[in-house]
Design a protein around this ligand. Structure first.
Ligand code: OFO
Length: 174
């Protein structure tokens, strides 16, 4: 049984994960519109992963006998100046998600809701991985540069990562 506070926060997180999915799907469309196929494929896959994060929360809420509630989701930004800006915004967004998860963990602990606390540990580990992943992509992209050749390299790198993830059974794909 979830307390009202925890339920509200879990439902907020459901929406946040949905927003993340839409954000990355929109970014993937921007990449494809600029000819950055590798980046676009990678972000589309990542949008699918975010949907899995959302479903995991949704199922957990349902399993407790509480009601998962889908609220309205803000439209993501559609235009970016560069692929570097895209990756910078993704990294910042992931840091924001980490804060939201940490806040949920704090509340679960304060309420002695050990089941939710335990459930959230998966997200704690996932956020560590995602922050690390996007920080390393951002750093590499900044190192490579933004001229034509640099962009080509970034896109090839992302294509490789996307293919590796597909081979490892990641959800999604273009
Ligand atoms: Fe990319 O983060 Fe969900 O949780």
């Amino acid at each position: 049984m979830l307390s009202e506070t925890i339920l509200e926060k879990l439902n907020n997180q459901v929406n946040l994960e949905f927003f993340s999915s839409n954000l990355y799907l929109q970014m993937s469309a921007w990449c494809h519109s600029k000819g950055l196929e590798g980046c676009g494929d990678f972000l589309r896959q990542h949008a699918e992963e975010e949907k899995m994060h959302m479903y995991r929360l949704f199922d957990y809420i349902n399993e407790t006998g509480s009601l998962a509630v889908l609220g309205s989701i803000d439209a993501p930004e559609t235009d970016y100046e560069s692929i570097h800006e895209v990756f910078r915004k993704i990294y910042d967004h992931e840091c924001l998600i980490t804060k939201a998860i940490n806040n949920l963990v704090d509340v679960a602990m304060a309420e002695k809701d050990y089941s939710t606390f335990n459930f959230l540990q998966w997200y704690v580990a996932e956020q560590h991985e995602e922050e690390h992943l996007f920080l390393s992509i951002l750093e590499k992209a900044e190192m490579i540069g933004a001229d034509g050749r640099g962009l080509y390299h970034i896109d090839m790198e992302m294509k490789k990562m996307s293919q590796q993830r597909m081979a490892a059974g990641a959800p999604g794909g273009a």
